[in-house]
Design a protein around this ligand. Structure first.
Ligand SMILES: Cc1cc2nc3c(=O)[nH]c(=O)nc-3n(C[C@H](O)[C@H](O)[C@H](O)COP(=O)(O)OP(=O)(O)OC[C@H]3O[C@@H](n4cnc5c(N)ncnc54)[C@H](O)[C@@H]3O)c2cc1C
Length: 430
């Protein structure tokens, strides 16, 4: 397994999940499947669910628990799209392919909420929109262009000036922004567990506590070795995102991992509760090292941020988060912080997710740049369609191309963070 067990059990989500932990025993002995899935987060679960629904015999192995990775501890902001806007996608991938990709990623939040409704997943889904809040004028111009593009593409978009955003958020910190009505929020761990429940009901087999330690090519397929068993399959989906280890040569070196951390206050009381996010939106800032926030299903304020390469900086990050809370919502900052937790996000150099097929029958989807609730769900659909119907994903696949300076990533990330802070102070959009 890859990185250390950063805080998962301390999260608000572990304490409040309505969906019970998925029933998934460790893999013991020899097993076979048509498709093996490695990783029990949204990517793997969505792939397993879609494949099982298409009639494939699927077995998923997760190294820890279902939802242990980013999928069980994220902010639960369900935001459609990717870092590149529709016009940028068309410029990069060509008119036709770029437009198809924009339309697919633009509908990713629909895919999440449709799944939740279909399987009655108890994850407190609300679709009250996402606000991208500009911290300075240059950033505002950039994000309003982005909002206008999605509006043109038919998305329910609203532009917000300084007054409107202050009324929506309850803070005067922002100069404006836009609101994307396609987005919403979920309880992320319950969403993962609900997908697991649906995948099992559709016929998939799930094993927790079963880290894939070796992946070996055999005649007619692959063999995955776990501490107490082995799984043979014709096709394998690798869905390990920020927790990617050495299983697929070079894969971990295609990603930069950063800590993302979150705090949750005690439940807000009136009159504060009526002032902070009264419309139930979730928010991300335009800063490169952005803070993001939302209300929890039980009325708390959850604030998150990212920006450290290693565990040792985590304490400093928590302090920075408390500072941001005091700046945004001084009254809320006086409430006790009842939960704090963290996890890893996987960044790619161009901010785009990746689809790889490094060998026949081996399928990889990852690199969500901290925006994977909707995108990883969609990636699972893409990979499943590729395997059972031979349909290429709308995102062109690429070779596994390790980042040349990956060995020096820690100092490089530290430098990048300093650079991002400087740009943020100058007001650029992230
Ligand atoms: C603190 C935080 C806040 C975030 N907030 C948001 C947000 O608000 N909105 C949003 O869209 N995105 C957010 N994200 C990102 C989002 O959580 C991820 O993009 C998404 O969960 C990725 O899903 P995944 O299934 O690809 O990976 P994960 O959910 O990370 O799952 C990968 C799994 O693979 C397992 N694994 C690894 N190696 C092996 C192995 N060898 N064998 C077996 N299993 C293995 C791991 O144990 C892990 O459970 C956030 C992330 C974090 C950490």
């Amino acid at each position: 397994m890859g990185r250390s067990a950063d805080s998962h059990r301390d999260s608000l989500w572990s304490a409040t999940a309505e969906e019970p932990a998925a029933e998934a025993r460790s893999l013991v002995g020899e097993a076979t499947a048509e498709v093996a899935v490695i990783g029990g987060g949204y990517t793997g679960l969505s792939a397993a669910l879609n494949l099982a629904e298409a009639g494939a015999r699927v077995t998923l192995v997760e190294g820890r628990e279902i939802g242990w990775g980013g999928s069980g501890r994220n902010g639960g902001q369900v935001i459609p799209g990717v870092k590149l806007d529709p016009s940028e996608l068309r410029a990069r991938f060509g008119e036709e392919r770029g437009a198809a990709l924009a339309s697919s990623v633009g509908a990713s939040a629909d895919a999440v909420f449709a799944r939740i409704a279909r399987h009655a997943i108890r994850c407190a889904p609300v679709r009250h929109g996402w606000i991208q809040a500009a911290h300075a004028a240059p950033a505002l111009a950039r994000v309003q262009r982005r909002g206008a593009e999605w509006q043109q593409a038919g998305a329910p978009v609203e532009m917000l000036d300084a007054r409107a955003i202050a009324a929506r958020t309850g803070t005067e910190e922002y100069v404006g922004g836009w609101r994307d009505g396609r987005a919403g929020t979920v309880h992320p761990l319950s969403y993962a567990r609900g997908l697991a429940r649906a995948a099992r009901a559709a016929g998939a087999t799930l094993h927790a506590d079963s880290p894939a330690q070796r992946l070996v090519r055999e005649q007619g397929g692959w063999r995955i070795e776990t501490p107490r068993g082995a799984l043979r399959a014709r096709s394998v989906v690798v869905a390990t995102n920020a927790y990617t280890d050495g299983l697929v040569p070079g894969l971990a070196k295609t990603l930069l991992t950063l800590q993302s951390i979150q705090i949750a206050t005690a439940p807000l009381r009136e009159p504060l509760a009526a002032r902070i996010l009264p419309g139930g939106e979730c928010v991300s800032e335009t800063r490169r090292l952005a803070f993001y926030f939302r209300r929890s299903p039980d009325g708390r304020l959850i604030l998150g941020g990212r920006g450290a390469a290693g565990e040792e900086e985590r304490a400093a990050l928590f302090r920075a988060l408390r500072g941001a809370l005091a700046r945004l919502y001084p009254e809320a900052a006086r409430l006790p912080i009842e939960y704090r937790w963290s996890g890893q996000v996987a960044l790619t150099l161009d901010g785009m997710p990746r689809v790889h097929e490094p060998a026949p029958g081996l399928f990889v989807g990852l690199g969500y740049n901290g925006r994977g609730v909707a995108m990883a769900t969609l990636m699972g659909e893409w990979l499943a369609a590729r395997i059972h119907a031979g349909r290429e994903a709308p995102l062109p696949r690429t070779d596994i191309a390790p980042i040349a300076w990956h060995a020096a990533r820690k100092p490089a990330i530290a430098l990048g963070i300093a650079w991002a802070w400087a740009r943020d102070r100058m007001g650029f959009a992230g």
